[in-house]
Design a protein around this ligand. Structure first.
Ligand code: FAD
Length: 438
């Protein structure tokens, strides 16, 4: 037991990944005085440390895009503010299309980017090839370039956020696992840890893939499930010389960029793999999951198709890390309708670094003001009902969510998994009359 461990705080944040660090930073920046961040292992040791950390701004709604724009503003200025390097690099992103549907999709993104003030533009295949000389282009039908996207050092950005927050009084306790949460009169009243209990008014669940278990401590719905998530790092390549924009070859389920003199090849594969948390050791920290070369082989074939030089390039490392996905590929933000004072900032669906700066800011404002500062319904925790929170449902749905991440979107798309959780008495009659269910 530590002697300096607080007995009470106004706000307790659980989890020291990007969401916990960003929320803490923004609470302190907005004048909160009495905030404690608890991390079961070390800061960033869950998912954040091994993130590919691309920051692509264009999202499906204006407010989700705004959150990433706020991240970019923060990440590009935090080093100056705190003196801690963040690894922010504005290297841009390049999306390519190999078929007319994808071309329509990326052209729509250009239109949206105008509305959302991002500045993406359609470029010719020849121009795309000049931006990515290693890329095979004979099967491309179009491309879009977005110069203001970038990437960041995921652990560095957390170090900078924590430095900024600590300078304003944030208390951080590592190696301190939250083991229970108490409630009183329908609201949060305390958290229990191995170091002792902290009485508090507000708890913020930023526990990443463990977010559902933390919520379950107080019977709160937090529908998220872990999936395995992959990228590989190649050996050095002489032809990789300058920072390259992140290449999105979504028809091949791929993204690629330079990393350490070679390439980073990441994917959202067409058939994702759910991960049961029971498979992880209790002390899982700065850890990875076992390699699965059979699973990743089709992606490697696609990558070699796009970058032929990869055929002669060795693989330095295959990263397989856990990440949480929700039933609709959008994260969980805001105060639970089931318990006052219990806020969520988790289930980040592999956009946690891109969205984390802005999402932490939005969550901090929500905690302070009692309501969100913009329309955040698409990520608001209140959109889910308990029926969507069973393990069976989530285990089926989360790999589908992952695999649709790069799919061409169209109005009215329906998920195939975890359907018919609740049926109306008229269901079979409607079905036989040809109804579509959504
Ligand atoms: C391979 C891979 C590539 C990715 N690439 C990108 C990318 O290019 N761009 C992007 O935006 N995102 C990317 N992501 C996703 C991004 O990394 C995550 O969304 C983000 O890091 C999640 O942050 P978090 O704070 O929600 O969770 P975490 O970083 O996991 O933090 C949660 C913390 O909570 C702590 N915790 C859990 N239980 C307790 C407890 N009981 N008590 C105290 N603490 C607890 C954990 O130890 C952990 O440190 C990628 C992810 C993976 C796996």
């Amino acid at each position: 037991m530590r002697n300096d461990f607080p007995k009470q705080a106004q706000i307790v944040i659980i989890g020291g990944g990007i969401m916990g660090c960003s929320t803490a930073y923004h609470l302190m920046k907005n004048g909160c005085k009495d905030v404690v961040l608890l991390e079961r292992a070390k800061l960033t040791s869950g998912t954040t440390w091994h993130s590919a950390a691309q920051v692509r701004q264009l999202r499906s709604t204006e407010s989700l895009t705004k959150l990433v724009q706020n991240s970019v503003e923060l990440y590009s200025s935090l080093e100056e503010e705190t003196g801690q390097a963040t690894g922010w690099q504005q290297s841009g992103s390049l999306s390519i299309a190999t078929n007319p549907d994808r071309l329509t999709h990326i052209r729509r993104q250009v239109s949206l980017s105008k509305a959302f003030r991002i500045g993406a533009e359609e470029i010719s295949v020849k121009e795309a090839s000049e931006k990515w000389p290693l890329m095979r282009t004979d099967d491309l039908v179009g491309a879009v370039y977005s110069p203001s996207d970038g990437r960041v050092g995921p652990s560095d950005i957390c170090a900078a956020l924590i430095k900024g927050a600590k300078s304003k009084g944030l208390l951080v306790y590592e190696d301190t696992s939250v083991t229970g949460i108490s409630t009183k009169n329908g609201r949060v009243s305390a958290v229990q840890t191995e170091q002792g209990e902290i009485a508090c008014e507000t708890v913020v669940n930023c526990a990443g893939i463990w977010g559902r278990s933390i919520a379950a401590m107080v019977g709160v719905t937090a529908p998220l499930h872990a999936c395995e998530h992959f990228y590989l790092l190649t050996e050095l390549m002489d032809s990789v010389t300058s920072p390259l924009p992140t290449l999105s070859d979504h028809d091949g389920h791929l993204y690629l960029r330079d990393e350490g003199g070679g390439l980073l090849v990441g994917c959202f594969e067409p058939k994702g793999k759910a991960l049961d948390l029971e498979q992880l050791p209790e002390n899982f920290a700065f850890d990875l999951l076992p390699e699965d070369w059979d699973h990743i082989e089709p992606i490697i074939i696609n990558a070699i198709h796009r970058i032929p030089e990869l055929e002669q390039t060795g693989v330095k490392m295959l990263i397989n890390g856990p990440e949480s996905f929700t039933p609709d590929d959008r994260f969980l933000l805001g105060e639970s309708p089931e318990l006052r004072g219990f806020f969520l900032g988790c289930g980040m669906c592999s956009v946690g670094i891109a969205s984390g700066g802005g999402a932490g800011q939005a969550l901090a404002e929500w905690i302070i003001d009692g309501e969100p500062s913009m329309d955040l319904w698409s990520v608001d925790i209140r959109r889910f009902v308990p029926a969507q929170n069973t393990l069976r449902t989530l285990r089926e749905r989360s790999p589908e969510t992952l695999s649709l991440h790069y799919a061409v979107s169209f109005p009215g798309r329906q998920h195939k998994s975890s359907r018919n959780l609740r049926l109306s008495p008229l269901h079979s009659r409607l079905e036989s009359a040809g109804a579509e269910f959504t």
